[in-house]
Design a protein around this ligand. Sequence first.
Ligand SMILES: Nc1nc2c(c(=O)[nH]1)N[C@H]1C(S)=C(S)[C@@H](COP(=O)(O)OP(=O)(O)OC[C@H]3O[C@@H](n4cnc5c(=O)[nH]c(N)nc54)[C@H](O)[C@@H]3O)O[C@H]1N2
Ligand SMILES: Nc1nc2c(c(=O)[nH]1)N[C@H]1C(S)=C(S)[C@@H](COP(=O)(O)OP(=O)(O)OC[C@H]3O[C@@H](n4cnc5c(=O)[nH]c(N)nc54)[C@H](O)[C@@H]3O)O[C@H]1N2
Ligand code: SF4
Ligand SMILES: [Mo]
Length: 777
Amino acid sequence: MNELSSLRLKRRTLLKGLGVIGLASISPCAFSLTSEQKEPLRRIHLKLTDYQTFRSTCAMECLHCNLTAYVYQKKLMKIEATEGFNVKCCLRGISRTKWVYHQQRVTTPLLRVGKKGEGKFEPITWQQALDLIEKNIRATIKEQGNEGLLLSTHAGNMDSIKNDMGKAFFDYLGGSVKQAGSLCCSAVTAAMMPMVGLRYADTRDTIADSRLIICWGNNPAVTMQAYFKNYLRAQEQGARIVVIDPRFNETAAKADEWIPIVPGTDTALALGMMKIIIEEQHIDADFLRQHTSAVYLVDAKDQLVRADATDSESYLVYDCTSQSLVRHDQAGITPALFQHQLPTDSGYRTVFETVYQQAAPWTLDRVAAETDIPAHTILRLARDYATTAPAMIVQNMSGAQRTEFGTYVAASQFYLALLTGNIGKRGAGICDAGGARQMAKFSPIIPPAPAVKKITPIPVSKVGEWVANDRPYPIKFWWIMTMGVMTQLPNTNMVRKALEKVPFVVVADNLMSSTALYADLVLPVTTIFEDVSLMAGVRSHYVQLMEQAVEPPGEAKPDYWIFARLAERFGFGDVFNQPIEHYINACLQGSGITLEQLKKGPVLPVSGDWIPFENGVFRTPTRKAHFFIEEWQKKAFSPVVTYLRVNESPQGSPELAAKYPLMAVQRKLARSIHSSHGMNEWILEVQRNKPNVMIHPQDAQQRRIKHGDWATVFNQRGEHRAIAVVTTHIKRGVVSLDNGWWEQQGGSSSHVTNDAVEALGTGHCCNSTLVDVRAEG
Ligand SMILES: Nc1nc2c(c(=O)[nH]1)N[C@H]1C(S)=C(S)[C@@H](COP(=O)(O)OP(=O)(O)OC[C@H]3O[C@@H](n4cnc5c(=O)[nH]c(N)nc54)[C@H](O)[C@@H]3O)O[C@H]1N2
Ligand SMILES: Nc1nc2c(c(=O)[nH]1)N[C@H]1C(S)=C(S)[C@@H](COP(=O)(O)OP(=O)(O)OC[C@H]3O[C@@H](n4cnc5c(=O)[nH]c(N)nc54)[C@H](O)[C@@H]3O)O[C@H]1N2
Ligand code: SF4
Ligand SMILES: [Mo]
């Protein structure tokens, strides 16, 4: 027990970094720790050359920083940012040693013996675990069909192998219920794919070239911390940073201006800005004509007009030169943009006019009333954005799009960029997450399964409610990996019911997480330094090899090992049980990058700065950006951005708001990536180990809540306890809740979050939540 305690690096050591390490004895299989110091420290002075080094990537949904692991006598001693990598890792990255050697580390398969959630398990062998899994899968398929199987994956490890292997395994079984949408960024996906033909198009390489940076519902000082230096460089060079957020967030603390806004009203602000930009003639008409669908024609039935119904790209425009309808891509034409350029009796309107019709009613006063932003601020913001070049909007999978109509929020930001031609240039664009996946072509690691049953998926926000209520089918077997369903899915009490209801829940995790507590069978998996893998993802431009630095503790195995063993039992072993290099090579195929190259270090798929949609070339079939989205129309929504008031808001649901009058928004913290690192010993040492609720002084006073007191946030879904931070850094009527606290730490703010489905992207609207807060007696 005490070997690691003697290895325990105190905070001082952590901050000091490399140097003298207190070291008594080292054993490769010691992985638990106590805070008691039993043996006197014997000091060994290690030189850099005493260590072996290995490289991996911080694989959670963050920035995939390349990390160098320092190994001494088969033990992971410390982690540093890899020299020469474009960003430096953070405290969470270097604290991963404490994840590897965590006291909650799962090191053997565990079978539940107590009640679900109680955390009572007994160790079993892999043989027994695999037998049980096989038996339960076979019984479920026999009695229930593949509709009885559910697979949940998310963002705990975003490498190119593990989640894909899991999904492929269930496909080879013949199919399963899956989650539709993502808790993260479905809304921005539903905006970007039809509009610009690409999801993930980050502009981080040219942030420093920007003159005006609008961080819109996004907090890069915390959530994109590793390259926040690019923002500061822009500022040093004279750029202004403006933050639009109901909370004075950490980015606002560094910014030139904070614009507080009522949550969920961002699209009204964007439409108001568009009205000003169009009416004051700040649009870039040439850009709109050449590179966008603004000139396409819409008929009286609200349909896009095509030359040939069988050719989806044959959009018609009105050519002002020949005064006739022609295909948009005909050479030498001058397409009409403005309505007055069309013959009065044409029966058509331009897409640009359709967009303007949505913006026109949004007078300054109306926007001010809806958003609670002063009219003069809205006017100045619109003019600044339209007349400062280059200007960038930063949304990065923003909090603003985790709202009920988040797709329109994300789309409205692209509208602003397209209208002003502020995209595809250095220092401009919409800064979103993005990475290697958008820069090169990677292949599936496993060939598609021969026969996969089409099975209705569950909208991810509804996993709790649907599973608890046997929708769409009674689930008998639930496999959860890389996902903290007990902390990250909305409406935790419903998720708990679902976990209790399903007769066989398998949770693969490396820690006894809040979710693992509710498993029937916990499978111990490796951490990033204990297996070989590949990262060619969506959060870093680099393709990175993940090297094995140390042996896994106990019986921990990579997720891909588990699927290989199971596949062998189900008769498709050879698809899954190849050496890991086989899957890495399969993924790299087509990208032009080789494993040999990666062994030398991270590889950039393209050279130079990455500028998405450079020169106005979009990734849609027409290479143009679209304003008018037929996919939205098919879902009975407006095909152009419109403002819809969030249902769970004081004005959207006055009756509910009479009981729960405060709007709750979520915030991500420096202490964790979601629930990951939530119980990391080093981080607990430097960050207060208590959740907070930020509340405005007037809201607090009404409720007799004092700064620093415990308070309970509650609504019809549940309760979340937190320490009140009484502050004017939050808008009146809004409270801000922390993301990622474990059940073992009192429970996550997801106990209260809204589990409605974001309308257009099947996403997550945790930031459209009504609550009240009470002081604790
Ligand atoms: N340290 C840390 N970094 C992370 C993560 C983490 O957990 N911890 N998670 C990573 C992941 S997966 C993601 S998706 C990104 C997310 O990155 P961000 O979007 O920056 O993260 P959030 O804190 O969810 O939201 C940002 C802000 O949105 C505000 N907000 C909420 N609702 C609204 C609204 O309706 N309108 C406006 N204008 N603002 C609103 C919140 O007050 C909050 O300050 O961060 C990534 N980086
Ligand atoms: N209340 C609230 N809820 C939210 C948000 C919020 O702001 N507030 N944000 C939302 C957003 S943006 C996101 S992206 C999601 C993130 O939600 P999740 O992706 O569920 O994130 P984590 O909580 O980090 O859970 C990841 C789990 O994977 C485990 N893990 C790590 N590596 C491996 C591995 O190699 N194999 C396996 N099998 N497991 C591994 C970790 O230990 C951890 O338990 O949360 C969403 N939910
Ligand atoms: S947590 Fe994020 S910023 Fe920190 S090291 Fe990992 S990827 Fe980098
Ligand atoms: Mo996310």
